[in-house]
Design a protein around this ligand. Sequence first.
Ligand code: HEC
Length: 157
Amino acid sequence: MQTTTAVFALAGAMYAGVFYSSVRAQQPAPAAQTPAAGAAQSVLEGVYTEEQGKRGDAVYGQECSTCHGASLEGGEMAPALAGAAFMSNWQGLTVGDLFERIRISMPDGNPGKLSRQQIADVVAFILSASKYPAGKTELPKEVEFLKQMKIEPAKPQ
Ligand code: HEC
């Protein structure tokens, strides 16, 4: 009986040790710390550049506007990609979710046509069309980073 308790205590101590060291390993280096260290980003923080939005505008014009409308207003079948209805669909999700939705299903009838870079650019354009601010860093094309960026309602202008 006492042996069992000891084994459990030992296992517990080992578990705690492993847990503690893995938590420590995840701490960012002090130099990388910002006031928002560790917090998820938001599309309100400037997650794409103006230049990238323009590249995305060109992709959109070629690959998306026939169905989704020249001003992202939507078409007969295709929903709007800007404005209140679009926002309410995507609020609380992440830029990564939007990226994946486009990657897997768009352009309708020919998914897989766009490169990851083109998809990131077109997402930047969609954000600019919904009046999210541009920033200094381009939207990355890796989903694990994009999944850190929350879609929130744009601030009223
Ligand atoms: C041939 C017409 C067509 C083209 C081209 C097209 N789409 Fe779509 N798209 C649709 C239709 C229809 C839907 C709704 C049905 C569905 O979800 O598949 C849709 C849905 C979407 C949605 C989901 C919207 C929501 O709020 O749920 C996104 C995002 C989207 N499209 C983005 C794009 C982007 C970006 C492009 C260009 C790369 C594109 N689409 C090209 C027809 C099209």
